[in-house]
Design a protein around this ligand. Structure first.
Ligand code: HEC
Ligand code: HEC
Ligand code: HEC
Length: 137
């Protein structure tokens, strides 16, 4: 019994070690998407958090939303419309502000235009999803 127990423990330790190696190799800098990139860098003059950026362009307040970007759908439905009728499709708005070339195009230049910073694959369903996280303000 004693012997069996320690073999099981060794087995678990080996699995844990290889899991750490794999996750280190595939580290995701933005596991929660929007809120992991749109941050207020300590000491920086620019507040890059979404509530602050949106306030600067005169957008309705988003301070009370909890999960980002899920809660944005209160007004921005993915089909367009939403509670405030007539708003464009949310995916289009978000893709445009990150990829539109006539703008500064910072997302493409600084972040390689990577889809995976916002999207992940749900391996069980085999579907692409949008990452989300709690607000950081
Ligand atoms: C890896 C970094 C990164 C991630 C992740 C990211 N963004 Fe951005 N976002 C940027 C950059 C860089 C810009 C500035 C683009 C430009 O000006 O060219 C930007 C711009 C924006 C703007 C425009 C603000 C303005 O001043 O017009 C909004 C809104 C925005 N992002 C929302 C989101 C949302 C919502 C998500 C998640 C679905 C998200 N972002 C994920 C980097 C990121
Ligand atoms: C209370 C309702 C409401 C909520 C919540 C909301 N929005 Fe909006 N948003 C609007 C309205 C209204 C517009 C203007 C639509 C238009 O110009 O036709 C807009 C426009 C935008 C635009 C386009 C700005 C531009 O002109 O470049 C972006 C990007 C955007 N919203 C991002 C977001 C994000 C990200 C969230 C969640 C953090 C969010 N919105 C939550 C109402 C809302
Ligand atoms: C800055 C964040 C961000 C980046 C980068 C991004 N997406 Fe998206 N994408 C979104 C959001 C937000 C939605 C809307 C999700 C929702 O409303 O449920 C979306 C929706 C989609 C959809 C669903 C269909 C549609 O258009 O409505 C597809 C397909 C898609 N994205 C493909 C891509 C591809 C391909 C790339 C890379 C070239 C990419 N996205 C990069 C944020 C992003």
């Amino acid at each position: 019994m004693r012997y069996g127990f320690s073999v099981v423990r060794l087995g678990l330790a080996a699995v844990a070690a290889s899991t750490i190696l794999i996750s280190a190799a595939l580290a995701d800098d933005y596991p929660e998407g929007c809120v992991d990139c749109h941050v207020q860098t300590q000491g920086a003059a620019v507040d890059f958090r979404l509530n602050s950026l949106l306030r600067q362009i005169g957008h309705p307040r988003v301070d009370r939303l909890k999960t980002i970007p899920t809660a944005c759908n209160r007004c921005h439905a993915d089909e367009g419309g939403g509670e405030d009728d007539g708003t464009p499709k949310f995916s289009q708005l978000i893709h445009i502000v990150h990829f539109d070339v006539p703008r500064t195009n910072t997302y493409v230049q600084q972040f390689g235009g990577k889809c995976q910073h916002c999207h992940a694959i749900d391996v069980d369903a085999g579907e692409a999803v949008v990452k989300s996280g709690e607000r950081n303000w």
